[in-house]
Write a protein that binds this ligand. Structure first.
Ligand code: ZN
Length: 72
């Protein structure tokens, strides 16, 4: 499922592929490279908060760990 995400900073639309209708995690705008924490519930964006680069990387590491664990 592809969901359109509108960047709150530059108003450019990007897309995010979702495995589940709910998602809570990092999102990076392809245009202005701004980082956000997305909170999606039932394919609806509930919140989109700015995120620092360090925090983004930390969250991405956690996400990749989770997917690694799921594959096993
Ligand atoms: Zn942007």
């Amino acid at each position: 499922m592809m969901l359109k995400i509108k960047c709150p900073k530059c108003d450019v639309e990007g897309s995010l592929s979702l495995i589940e209708p709910s998602y809570r995690g990092p999102y990076k705008c392809w245009k202005c490279r701004a980082l956000f924490t997305l909170n999606i519930e039932n394919n609806v964006v509930k919140s989109c908060k700015p995120l620092s680069e360090a925090e983004f990387e930390r969250k991405q590491k956690i996400e990749s760990l989770k997917t690694k664990l799921k594959r096993r």
